[in-house]
Design a binder for this molecule. Structure first.
Ligand SMILES: [Zn+2]
Length: 307
């Protein structure tokens, strides 16, 4: 098996200030652990290529993209909401993050790689069609999924999201696209409080109360995600891989461990093998304790790589 590891040093240039939890340290911690364990050397490491404006507009309004460009400062930071800020390099980093999912999709669909993990930032799953939110500007996984749907032989896509926050942006973009199944587990009630109660057959929202143990998370995947995935029969699976439901994460109150991420990834790789020749594109979302994040990514990528 070959697993692509797609990243770019310029993803570190997006910097919302020294106190901000969505910091460049996150990617450095991941790389350090994967390098030290020898896993990185087993992966097919590729540099992200920036998404074009047309590719970003697969998921976002042109006027939204132009508005972000006008807002981006030439120095300092400009806040787009109370916790999301643009610095001079933010949209360059965001374009690389979005482009990584397109590169990953192309490599997986042409069989160059069996699957791919995109270690990129800023994250994407809160970004709606025309609204930046929750540290996100461009919805990376949505852009990859919409690109995949333009390719020959791809008519059904699944996006699964185990970040501790609900993927309001992804649901916003796909709420009227039943060819895209969206499955999400998330702490509730909690940020962002949008679209978590939407009723659609292709949107599988699984709220989990604060301080839920791993058993509830695993139960949601087995009882809710698995039947939906089996019925949908996706041609490719995208993972919004946020690791902030980890017990050591400072952002929220779920109680997962590295072993739960390993288990979830195994469940998803089994589904992918049954339905779509193992094709998975996984994209980093949250995870704000750098150590817990890095070891969780290690467990996730080990399963993708067949360990
Ligand atoms: Zn999150």
């Amino acid at each position: 098996m070959t697993t692509a590891f797609i990243s770019h040093q310029d993803c570190a240039l997006h910097n919302m200030g020294p106190e901000h939890p969505e910091s460049p340290i996150r990617l450095a911690a991941i790389r350090k652990v994967l390098d030290r364990t020898g896993l990185l050397q087993e992966l097919d490491c590729q540099a992200s290529v920036a998404a074009t404006p047309e590719q970003i507009q697969l998921a976002h309004a042109r006027l939204y993209q132009q508005r972000l460009e006008r807002l981006q400062p030439s120095e300092g930071v400009v806040y787009t909401d109370e916790d999301t800020a643009l610095c001079p390099d933010s949209l360059h980093a965001a374009s690389l993050a979005a482009g990584s999912t397109i590169l990953a999709t192309n490599r997986v669909l042409t069989g160059v790689n069996d699957n791919a993990f995109c270690a990129v930032r800023p994250p994407g799953h809160h970004a709606e069609h025309d609204l930046p939110m929750g540290f996100c500007f461009f919805n990376n996984v949505a852009i990859g999924a919409l690109h995949a749907l333009q390719q020959n032989g791809i008519s059904r896509v699944a996006i699964v999201d185990f970040d501790v926050h609900h993927c309001n942006g992804t649901v916003d973009i796909f709420k009227d696209r039943p060819e895209v199944l969206v499955c999400s587990t998330f702490q509730h009630p909690y940020y962002p409080e949008r679209y978590h109660d939407i009723r659609r057959d292709h949107i599988v929202n699984c709220p989990l109360p604060a301080f839920s143990e791993a058993a509830l998370f695993r139960n949601a995947l087995e009882q809710r995600w698995l039947p939906a995935l089996e019925a949908h029969k996706p041609d490719i699976i995208f993972i919004s891989a946020g690791f902030d439901a980890h017990a050591e994460d400072p952002m929220a109150d779920l109680q997962l461990s590295e072993e739960d991420y390993r288990w979830a990834t195994q469940l998803l790789t089994d589904v992918a093998r049954r339905h779509c020749a193992g094709r998975i594109v996984s994209v980093l979302e949250g995870g704000y304790n750098p150590v817990a994040l890095a070891f969780s990514v290690q467990a996730h990528v080990e399963v993708l790589a067949g360990y």
